[in-house]
Each structure stands twice: as C-alpha cells, then as structure tokens.
Design a protein around this ligand. Structure first.
Ligand code: HEM
Length: 503
C-alpha cells in the first residue's frame, strides 16, 4: 500500500466522483433504463465478467511465496552460471507449489504429487525450474502425459474422481469391441513404468504435513555447462531443512473439510512469524562417460540415480521470506517455462524436458530480437534497426556457443545420445527394481502397513478387474504387497463387480 490514498479513476485514468452511482433514465421516483453512455457502469460490469484467466490444466491450485537463493559452495568446477558462482551471492526467487490434479480452490490436503515451479531472477536473465515433490514420474514418454493426468481428474460422465479410471490407466486396461481387458503381466504397451512414482504417491510423500516439509526434484536430467563447452549431467534436488513429514489419511481428510487451505495458511503464517523455511539445493553429478556406462538410462524419468552411486553435492540454499502482496498478481498469473535457462544450465536429451508451460510464458517480447506484436509495453527499441546483426547499431553477443554452451559433447557421445526415431518405450522387469528397493525403504520407515491402507482406500471403489490388475502389478514388485492389498479389500468387503463405472 502506498502512503498516499490512491485516486479513484475509470480505466483510462479519468477521475470519477463515486464508484456506486449509475446513470439512469426516467422521472423520479420511477427510474428505469440504464444508459449505455455510462462508462463507469459498462466498464465495471464488463471487467467483472472477464476477471478470470483460464486455470492451468494441471497444477491449478497452489501456494506461493518470494524468497532468495544463496550460493553456499564453490561450484565453479561444475558450471559457469553466474547465479551459482561466488559464495554468498544472492538472487531473488519466486516459488509456486501446487497440487497436480485438483482444480483451483480445491482442498489442499489431498493425496497428490506437489509441483514446484520456481523463478530465479539472475543477472543473466530468469532461470525457471519446474520440479516435482517426488524424484520420478508416472510416464517416461511425454506423449502419455495428457492421458495420465486426465485419469487422475474427473470421470467425463459423472464429473467425479474415479478410482477405476486412475488404476486402469496405469494398468492400461483397454476396451476393444466393448470388452474390458487387463493384461495381467504385460510386457508391452502399458504404463507400469510408473510403479515407482505410484508407490511414492501412496507413501507418506503423497500427503505432506506442510509444504515446508517436502523435498523437490528436477527428475529431469539437465546439463551444467562451462564456458569452455565442457559439461556434466545433473539431477537437481531441493532438500527441506525442516525435514520431510507426511500426515495420516484421517488427518488429511478431516482438514480437507475443516481447513481446506491448510497448506496456504501454514506457509503464510510461518513466513509472517519470521520462521522462514529453507532448502538445501544439491546436484547429483555424472560425466558423459559415466552416463554411457550407467546401468539405467539417464534420460528415463521413471528412474532415480541411487545416491550410493551419485551422492548429493550441495550448491546453495533457498529461503522463502516474503508472502505475496497480491496472490493473483504474484502467483496465479506467474508463468514458468522450463526451457528458460541461463548460460551454464542446459537441456539434455531427456524427452520429458521440453514442454513449455503457461501460454503467456512464451508471449513476452524477447529482448532485442522481437519487435512489435502483443504486449509491447516499452519503447520497442526506438529507431534501432529491426533486423539482427546490423552494423548501424552494434549489439553485444555473450558466449561462444549456442544452446547455453551445451553443444560440445564430443562426437562419440552425441552418437550415443542418438538420432531421431518414432518411439514408444516398453515396460520390462527392470522397471520394478527401484520400486522394490522403495518397498524396503518403507519397511525400514515402518510405513508398509500405512502404504497398503492408502492403496486400499483408493482402490476399494475401482471395478474388480482393475483391482485384480493392480494386485498383479504390485506382485511384480513383491507378492506380499498384493497379498496385503487383497486382505485389505476383503476386510472392507470392497471387491467390486466388473461393471465399468459408466452410466
Ligand atoms: C512429460 C510431459 C509433461 C507435459 C506435457 C507437461 C505439461 C504441463 C502443463 C500443460 C502444465 C500447465 C501449464 C499452465 O497452464 O501453466 C504443466 C505444469 C507444471 N508441470 Fe508439467 N508437464 C510434463 C511433465 C512435467 C514434469 C516431469 C514435471 C516435474 C518434474 C512437471 C512439473 C510441472 C509443474 C511444477 C507445473 C506447474 C507450473 C506452475 O506452477 O505454473 N511437469 N505441465
């Protein structure tokens, strides 16, 4: 708020005497028609019916805050990115943490992955990161993304969440000629590559106690580059300095009714109290040579790089320290584009890395190269020539390599990365190995029982064949999981019929 009281005006800036009056036609005391000449009335009503912007198709509901990123280590061996170099250097940050499936305004304590969209305002332009709260993804082929997300949303007929759709999509039950089919141990053409992500979702990670207590992960493999053209592959992690903490299904369900904005309130109040949440920014680092020899495909987003093989290297610290001044202006209309990278950070051949987000993210005029067009709110570069490389107005070009310095992998490594093909990945037993390791992690954490309860709570309303398909899938991780799920469904008398949940 400015100290001086703002002057009330119409849209074009003309001062106006009273915001509540409207011009009418007619004799007193009968006043009837409203007048089209009444700019205030027309503007007020016209703006009200246009003040919504389309919500994001995924990640619609979110909590956001401002903060700072600080370099805590000497990272010059890894990258020339300016914001990552110079211990103590600070850059302003905007962070938006979202649920994925639910619409804007829905309860925040629902089982879901949390999105982590972040803008670091560096002296070399904005660095956008678009991460998730789990290190792996449900699909490794981006073409499947719309389907996987729609199946987590609403049944198109009933307009309700639908367990059958959710699980069937994972199992890829198909409906040729009106018949329901579940390949019980499919090796081809299904989506069970997402088993590791699915298990994380149904663990305590899927219901965070607060958003201060989540980690976030690039999942994607990036490159960190240096000015000499050399690079390493990295996966980024933000590790919560508050620890990672989940909540029980019962508590989450209660809060969804009693305090649906629980996570917003928690974050807002913590920042107001001066309890600024912070995260350690780390990278797992791999050379091109190691990448070629590694047992997992490093561009497969359904796989982690085990820390035992590639330990976390701390690079910096993120602190959130300021609440939004206006949620719509600061958070809702923020636009994140993962392809916005500063020199020193570059994309890899990771296939899930490319999608650009919110349409408006790509509409802002690029500095210098773009002229005219929508949203040209500055001087449009005056009388500078409107073509590139003019000698009439020399321009400075920084760096020697395009694509953020990532071009130079060496001929053989580029051959290893591959050539253009039409491709759909297949699921093999290898895809269940990391999920099996995670099941053991749940044992150590004493969480196996609650994991099974969480799956049962969701699966219990799915149709019988889908329930059976899910159990077959979990058997491939460990037959004990399927057995426990079966017992849980029996206990709730929740083995359903095979009728698809349709009208
Ligand atoms: C693989 C294919 C993917 C596609 C096609 C895709 C597509 C999208 C779309 C359409 C949006 C909404 C954009 C908007 O309306 O603003 C979105 C948002 C988002 N996505 Fe993805 N996505 C993909 C993968 C991923 C992955 C792997 C991650 C994380 C590792 C991720 C993290 C996010 C986040 C955090 C947002 C919210 C951005 C915000 O806060 O504005 N996405 N994505």
């Amino acid at each position: 708020m400015t100290a001086e009281a703002p002057i009330y005006t119409l849209s074009e800036g003309c001062p106006y005497a009273d915001p509540s009056t409207a011009q009418r036609f007619g004799n007193s005391p009968v006043k009837g028609l409203m007048l089209l000449q009444d700019t205030q009335l027309i503007e007020t009503l016209a703006h009200f019916s246009r003040e919504r912007i389309p919500e994001r198709t995924v990640h619609a509901a979110a909590v956001g805050a401002w903060g700072e990123f600080e370099v805590t280590h000497d990272n010059s061996r890894l990258t020339s990115a300016s914001f990552l170099n110079g211990i103590g250097k600070k850059s302003k940050v905007l962070l938006r943490i979202s649920t994925v499936g639910p619409e804007r305004g829905s309860a925040e304590t629902v089982r879901d992955v949390r999105g982590w969209a972040m803008k670091i305002f560096t002296e070399e332009g904005n660095q956008d990161f678009v991460f998730n709260s789990i290190p792996v993804f449900f699909v490794r082929d981006p073409i499947k993304f719309p389907s996987v997300n729609r199946s987590h949303k609403r049944n198109p007929a009933k307009n309700t969440a639908d367990s059958t759709m959710f699980w069937e999509q994972v199992l890829n039950v198909t409906l040729p000629d009106g018949r329901w089919l579940i390949p019980s141990s499919s090796f081809h053409n299904n989506n069970q590559e997402g088993i590791h992500a699915l298990m994380l979702l149904f663990s305590s990670r899927g219901l965070p106690s607060s958003l201060r207590q989540i980690n976030s992960y690039s999942g994607h493999t990036y490159k960190l580059t240096k000015e000499d053209g050399s690079f390493v592959y990295v996966k980024f992690h933000f590790k919560s300095n508050q620890g990672v903490q989940g909540m029980s299904l019962e508590q989450a369900t209660k809060l969804a009714g009693e305090e649906p904005e629980h996570h917003t309130i928690d974050m807002w109040n913590a920042i107001e109290r001066g309890e600024y949440p912070s995260w350690t920014f780390c990278a797992q680092v791999m050379t091109a040579d190691q990448a070629e020899k590694y047992r997992w495909n490093i561009f497969d987003m359904t796989k982690v790089w085990p820390h035992a093989d590639f330990p976390l290297q701390p690079l910096g610290k993120l602190t959130l320290n300021r609440n939004p001044e206006n949620y719509f202006a600061d958070i809702e209309q923020a636009a994140f584009s993962p392809s916005t990278m500063v020199p020193g950070i570059a994309p890899s051949a990771d296939p899930s890395e490319s999608p650009s987000l919110r349409p408006s993210a790509g509409l802002l005029p690029r500095a210098y190269a773009d002229r005219d067009g929508a949203m040209r709110y500055m001087t449009n570069y005056g009388d500078d020539p409107n073509y590139v490389r003019s000698s009439l107005r020399p321009v400075t070009f920084r760096g020697s390599l395009g694509a953020n310095g990532s071009a130079n992998g060496g001929r053989e490594h580029e051959d290893w990365v591959g050539k253009v093909t039409a491709y759909a990945s297949e699921v093999t037993d290898d895809d269940f190995e990391q999920a099996r390791a995670f099941w053991k992690v749940l044992q150590t954490a004493g969480e196996q029982e609650s994991f099974v309860d969480n799956v049962v709570a969701h699966l219990k309303s799915a149709m019988a064949r889908v329930q059976q398909g899910a159990m077959d899938m979990f058997s491939r991780v460990d037959p004990a999981i399927a057995k426990a799920i079966k017992a849980g469904l029996d206990k709730h008398s929740a083995i359903q019929t095979d009728q698809p949940s349709k009208k």
